[in-house]
Design a protein around this ligand. Structure first.
Ligand code: ATP
Ligand code: MG
Length: 445
């Protein structure tokens, strides 16, 4: 019997972890460039921490009774040394860990930002993935409401810079630990009266994290949650003053907001200010950014007591909004595509391409799929499809004469001069740069 040759099975990516394909590159670029320029305009500095941390950082930092720690973490034991490790589900705990570890908080406050992938084992759906990306800021060492206001203003500026409208701000205050403790007693009493209504999560959290019961998305619980004792009624003078201070700055900067007494946030480390930026254009996953103050965290992770606040933004959800609102920038092609035929021309094409790149032009040098020399016609098709502004043509004759053919491929320049121009090698870079400038000016008319 002859052995049948089987085609190897196709492999697929991990569920909920997406490939970001070249067709979306311009969109990601636009977002990243815009957000980085906004962050720079507020004097924030970039910090990059590893993807993997000790599991303990998150159990201690985020809180045991949270969605993330209870059921969403990608945790594993390092097979080589037995350490318990976790792929970061969020980055605040890691930034704080790094700030403590590198004594960054001894010479005054720090304004930090990060960007990168986060990992949570959630049920994948629109706007909810297992690997997703966040950009975030952490303002470490600032106790007053001015820091809360600053990080909120940053978000508004970003929406403006991106051209996004209709993202609404909701704020709340979680007060101080002792105020939450007094509220908790009343809240548990209230929830006990409604225990029959509670879903499985709610019953489990009644005594461990009752505040989170109010953060439910279960429609059957909305009315009960709306009527529950409100934390804001338990706040003391200092907490109220902080909250009012924030509102004053928001108002004087014309940032509209709504106070949402049920906004509690899913992470344990928050106190005083919490906020979310929400849109109704994305269906159920409408929160695009969320944050607040987390004064207790730094001491909790072994640092000296330091006030802090920050936010994290879900990049996929914002890109989805940009698509929804037709704010996707057009992808830009290369400046030049070099086509060539014959050994001598290929050799020259390499040299010409490198010389063009030296001057800052972006150049694609034709390379055939099968290793054979393709016809000029098929190479020109590639040049057109590449989106390049100009084709540079090198054949045996051109190389022998020390010249190149230049053909405009796009825009007004292409219509006006569809004929191929002949340009001497030594004039080629200057010719192309002038032509690029001229066609950019045409485009502005
Ligand atoms: P949600 O209530 O939607 O689960 P969360 O409270 O868990 O959000 P945070 O931990 O505050 O979210 O993260 C900040 C932001 O990161 C969210 O507002 C959202 O935009 C984004 N985000 C969170 N989880 C995911 C996910 N699984 N996929 C895509 N984006 C996410
Ligand atoms: Mg979540």
């Amino acid at each position: 019997m002859t052995e049948q040759k089987r085609k190897p099975e196709k492999l697929t990516g991990v569920k909920g972890m997406n490939d970001i394909l070249p067709q979306d590159a311009a969109l990601w670029d636009f977002f990243e460039t815009t957000v980085k320029s906004m962050l720079r305009s507020y004097g924030y500095q970039n910090i990059r921490t590893p993807i993997v941390e000790h599991t303990q950082l998150f159990t201690r930092g985020i809180g045991e009774v949270t969605d993330i720690v209870e059921k969403e973490m990608y945790s594993f034991t390092d097979a080589l040394n037995g350490e318990n490790l976790t792929m970061r589900p969020e980055n605040t705990a890691a930034v704080v860990r790094a700030s403590i570890e590198h004594n960054m908080l001894y010479d005054g406050p720090k304004r930090l930002w990060y960007i990168g992938p986060m990992f949570r084992h959630e049920r994948p759906q629109r706007g909810r993935y297992r690997q997703f990306h966040q950009v975030g800021v952490e303002a470490l060492g600032f106790a007053g409401p001015d820091a809360d206001a600053e990080i909120i203003l940053m978000c508004q500026r970003l929406w403006d810079d991106l051209g996004l409208t209709g993202i609404k701000l909701e704020i709340n205050s979680l007060g101080l630990a002792e105020e939450r403790a007094a509220h908790r007693v009343e809240l548990i009493k209230y929830l006990e009266q409604h225990v029959d209504l509670l879903d499985e999560d709610g019953k489990r959290r009644l005594y461990t994290n009752p505040l989170r019961v109010l953060d439910t998305k279960n429609p059957a619980l909305q009315d009960m949650a709306d009527k529950a004792p409100k934390l804001i009624d338990f706040l003391g003078e200092a907490s109220l003053a902080h909250f009012e201070g924030l509102q004053r700055i928001l108002k004087s900067n014309n940032i509209p907001f709504k106070i949402n007494p049920r906004l509690v946030r899913g992470l344990d480390y928050y106190n005083l200010t919490v906020f979310e930026w929400v849109t109704d254009k994305l269906g159920a996953q409408g929160t695009v950014a969320a944050g607040g103050r987390y004064d207790p965290l730094i001491e909790q992770l072994g640092g000296k007591p330091t006030a802090a606040c920050g936010w994290a933004m879900g990049i996929e959800r914002i890109l989805e909004l940009l698509k929804e609102e037709n704010l996707v920038p057009e992808a830009e092609g290369c400046d030049v595509y070099v086509v060539h035929q014959g050994d001598a021309a290929r050799e020259q094409a390499f040299i010409v391409s490198e010389r063009l790149r030296d001057t800052g032009l972006d150049v694609i040098l034709h390379c055939s799929a099968d290793g054979q020399s393709a016809s000029f016609k098929s190479q020109m098709k590639r040049a057109d499809a590449s989106g390049a502004a100009f084709a540079v043509v090198l054949g045996e004759d051109e190389v022998a004469q020390g010249v190149a053919g230049v053909k405009a491929l796009r825009g007004n320049a292409a219509e006006a001069r569809s004929e191929q121009q002949t340009v001497a090698f030594e004039d080629l870079t200057e010719y192309l740069i002038n032509a690029m400038v001229a066609s950019a000016e045409d485009g502005e008319d």
